[in-house]
Design a protein around this ligand. Structure first.
Ligand code: UDP
Length: 505
């Protein structure tokens, strides 16, 4: 095979390829990172962004490429690859993540594949400029080999929570210590082989795949590979800040000596754009990276509600519930007597045939009409920022968790999978910003927790989350930890300071 070495010399202009896992959360985060790199380097770093054809199709529908290209400038370009899942009608939920990742891995290994070609040349700006750095999703276990072969540094971007990631990195340790598979059926027993979490991490707080641990399961294989390849990257971008997870980060440092903690990334971007605006640079602050159509009418509805009176309910882009869970949620929410704004994504209830046939009483329907709004997808950051929002019933996805913290909104957590089980434990037990509803969800529990969060214990949670919101703002402000780390990342890319993987010739 043709040796495709970049030989990163000073004459080669910096060009980074950004390659997210093709789902809403990582694509959104990495587009924000792309915007930050382009904006802060004033276009001196080129960026090629690789999307799956499916994601690009949705993004073009709801957040058109021409608008983004004119915002991001001539140093930015999109490229697409197949995700291997066939026609757009085929399911592309959380269950397909392993298939997508393995398919992309196979592509990367194939010498003549388009993916490999893109990783060498990208296409941003003047076409086919050699790539000098790859930023890829931490799930992409195949990337260190590719980066080594083409002789460019690899930086993993972990869009999951560092606390969740840390439990994945400790999977081999847990297996060795006999904590996995679980030696008994007490899910409340503490897991003691994850340093820094010994006092609060229970078996039930680990990713749900740990419960029926099967070493041959495709998903578990993926997480074990992540743990195996994690340290092979030349850097790691983490969406967190020191005041939130500093102690855990210190345990992670031996696995990733070159860590860039740049979070909360969306706040970092917003703050930098605000600064730019005050420098008289014309650029609207908010720009949607949503792959679904946003219903902005909810903001008008929120305008008519009293301050901190509305519970926002959303389970993100991948989680789903059963028909029975939907009925429990609905009753619990209405019975709490609180106002609520509920995002019900199409296809987020798996076994539903017709909503009219659900067992929902007239009383509950009347309560919904009186106090609630149900929509299919919202501009979530704007919703959480709205003064009417007083709480968030969330699936504890990491982006949602950070967005809630930044806006000082306490949470009720109903975690679904991967890092969400860990995140919800930290929200409730360590950061004390809300309540954890995992494994314990019915209409009575929902009603009680909503009343607690929005009523009886409101001040207690608000105090904690407000305090963390202030620390988040400091972290991304001038001189703050995330502000400095982002500058360092951009300088390292710009001045090609990242190490080249060792066996490049
Ligand atoms: N989101 C949104 N509108 C919605 C629901 C979610 O914009 O109606 C966004 C939300 O702001 C977040 C992302 O979708 O940035 C969800 O990411 P998260 O990590 O919380 O969960 P995931 O969808 O990856 O499970």
């Amino acid at each position: 095979m043709e040796k495709l070495l970049n030989n990163i010399s000073n004459e080669v202009t910096p060009h980074v390829v950004i390659f997210p896992l093709p789902i809403q959360g990582p694509v959104n985060c990495m587009l924000k990172l792309a915007e930050l790199i382009l904006s802060l380097s004033r276009g001196t770093i080129s960026v090629t962004f690789i999307n799956s054809e499916f994601i690009q199709h949705l993004l073009d529908l709801h957040s058109p490429a021409p608008a983004r290209l004119s915002r991001f400038g001539p140093s930015f370009g999109f490229e697409t690859v197949s995700d291997g899942l066939g026609p757009y009608e085929n399911p592309r939920g959380g269950q397909q993540l392993a298939n997508i990742t393995n398919y992309l891995g196979d592509q990367a290994q194939a010498t003549v594949s388009r993916l490999r070609e893109l990783l060498v040349y990208g296409s941003a700006g003047p076409r086919r400029k050699p790539v000098t750095c790859i930023i890829a999703d931490g799930f992409f276990w195949f990337m260190p080999d590719v980066a080594k072969e083409i002789g460019v540094p690899l930086v993993y971007f972990e869009t999951v929570s560092p606390c969740g990631l840390w439990t994945y990195l400790c999977l081999p340790k847990m297996l060795q210590a006999g904590d996995l598979p679980f030696p008994g059926d007490d899910l409340d027993a503490l897991v003691t082989s994850v340093p820094g979490m010994e006092t609060y991490l229970r078996r039930r707080d680990l990713a749900s795949f740990c419960r029926d641990y099967d070493p041959n399961d495709q998903v578990i294989q993926l997480f074990l590979k992540e743990a195996q390849y994690y340290s092979s990257a030349q850097g790691h971008i983490l969406n967190t800040f020191d005041d939130l997870e500093g102690e855990l980060l210190s345990h992670m440092r031996p696995f990733s000596p070159n860590m860039y903690t740049v979070g909360p990334l969306h706040l970092n971007l917003m703050t930098r754009l605000e600064q730019k605006q005050s420098d008289n640079v014309d650029s609207p602050l908010s720009f949607s990276n949503n792959i679904w159509q946003e219903d902005r009418s909810c903001l008008t509805w929120l305008d008519a509600q009293p301050s901190k009176s509305v519970l926002f309910v959303s389970i993100g882009s991948l989680a789903f519930m059963t028909k029975d869970q939907l009925v429990e949620f609905w009753h619990g929410l209405v019975n709490s007597g609180m106002r609520f704004l509920w995002v019900r994504r199409p296809n987020s209830v798996i076994d539903i045939v017709d909503e009219d046939q659900l067992d929902i009483s007239d009383e509950v329907l009347a309560g919904t009409k009186e106090r609630a709004l149900i929509v299919s997808w919202v501009p979530q950051e704007a919703v959480l920022k709205h003064r009417a929002i007083g709480g968030f019933l969330t699936h504890s996805g990491w982006n949602s968790t950070l967005e809630s913290i930044v806006e000082g909104v306490p949470m009720i957590c109903w975690p679904f999978f991967v890092d969400q089980q860990v995140n919800s434990r930290l929200v409730s037990e360590v950061w004390k910003m809300g309540l954890d509803m995992k494994d314990n969800c019915n209409r009575v529990v929902i009603e009680t927790m909503v009343k607690d969060l929005m009523g009886a214990r409101k001040e207690e949670f608000l105090k904690k989350v407000d305090c963390m919101a202030k620390l988040a703002a400091q972290a991304v402000g001038p001189g703050g930890s995330s502000y400095n780390q982002l500058n360092r990342l951009i300088d390292d890319i710009k001045f090609k300071r990242l190490a080249i993987p060792s066996n490049a010739h």
